[in-house]
Design a protein around this ligand. Structure first.
Ligand code: CP
Ligand code: NVA
Length: 306
């Protein structure tokens, strides 16, 4: 039985298989054919934070694959002290074929998985967002036809999304640059771990976003204030203002570059309307791909015929 707590527990071959299944299922879906690979299966989603894309894309994915979904908050599940975490995990996993969790603490997902009798999927924690990063590499592959050697420039907070993108980039030989204010860069420990595990790994920091985007295939940003950091919002807005992705910044990138954002976007903050709605934006293709990736991941985890 496999889990997806962090991308680091997958091999490059695992990731390539998930992407391949997602692409196949998406291709059939676009041709009007549904892939009913998981009839009768149950995905339970337990969330501590809000979600539009993750929750509904997983729900649509399991339903279209022939299964069904159950949703509850962490509080309703009893994870805020009603009973022991291990007891909740044993019970919920006995009713479910997979459990997707969105939490503040990464450790909560890891602890839940240690008691679970079914696969546990990280649907975002403060530290990681693996399903988003898998979707993003699927979208880059689809857009450029190949991942190897691509240049991804992440402008903004070195947060959960950036960390998972860094892992995916190291695994798939994508060169990544991060442009962020001091104190908000990618975790140095993570970069060191990736450099040890993937010797060719190319992840650098470039202070000036206009220099960073110079050779970008993709310019990527995320919110400056993540869920749970709301009290820091004002201070962050000031610090991150020079890192806004706007038309002037994109003009410093190659004409062929594309703009990505995992969404929700805070228009007028980390990205302008002009960029979000402009011809280089593939943010909504990326959002759509959350569902196709969710299908690929669920089939990879649960279809015992594969
Ligand atoms: N990108 C993403 O995870 O969106 P939600 O927070 O709406 O799920
Ligand atoms: N970094 C953001 C991602 C939202 C999908 C957050 O954690 O709120």
């Amino acid at each position: 039985m496999r889990h997806l707590r962090t991308l680091l527990e997958l091999s490059t071959t695992d990731v390539e298989e998930i992407l391949k299944i997602a692409k196949e299922i998406k291709g059939k879906f676009k041709a009007g054919e549904r892939t009913v690979a998981l009839p009768g299966r149950v995905l339970t989603q337990v969330f501590e934070k809000p979600s539009l894309r993750t929750r509904t894309s997983f729900e649509a994915a399991i339903i279209q694959l022939g299964g069904s979904s159950i949703f509850m908050s962490c509080k309703d599940a009893g994870l805020e002290g009603r009973e022991a975490l291990g007891d909740v995990s044993r019970v919920l996993s006995s009713y479910s074929d997979a459990v997707a969790m969105r939490t503040f603490s990464q450790q909560l997902i890891e602890d839940f998985a240690s008691f679970s009798s079914c696969p546990v999927i990280n649907a975002l924690s403060d530290d990681r967002h693996p399903c988003q990063a898998l979707t993003d590499v699927l979208t880059i592959d689809e857009t450029f036809g190949r991942l190897n050697g691509r240049r991804l420039v992440y402008v903004g907070d070195g947060n959960n999304v950036a960390a998972s993108l860094a892992i995916a980039s190291a695994m798939l030989n994508i060169s990544m640059a991060v442009s962020a204010p001091e104190g908000y860069r990618l975790n140095a420990g993570l970069i060191a771990e990736l450099q040890r595990k993937y010797p060719g790994c190319d992840i650098t920091h470039i202070d000036d976003p206009r220099v960073a985007v110079k050779d970008a295939d993709v310019v990527y940003t995320d919110v400056w204030t993540s869920m749970g950091q709301e009290t820091e919002a004002k201070q962050r807005e000031q610090l991150f203002a020079p890192f806004q992705v706007n038309a002037a910044l994109l003009a410093a990138a190659p004409d062929s570059c594309r703009f990505m954002h995992d969404l929700p976007a805070h228009r007028g903050k980390e990205v302008t309307d002009e960029v979000m709605d402009g011809p280089k934006s593939i943010a909504f293709q990326q959002a759509e791909n959350r569902m196709h990736l969710a299908k690929g991941l669920l089939v990879w985890l649960l279809d015992r015929r594969r």
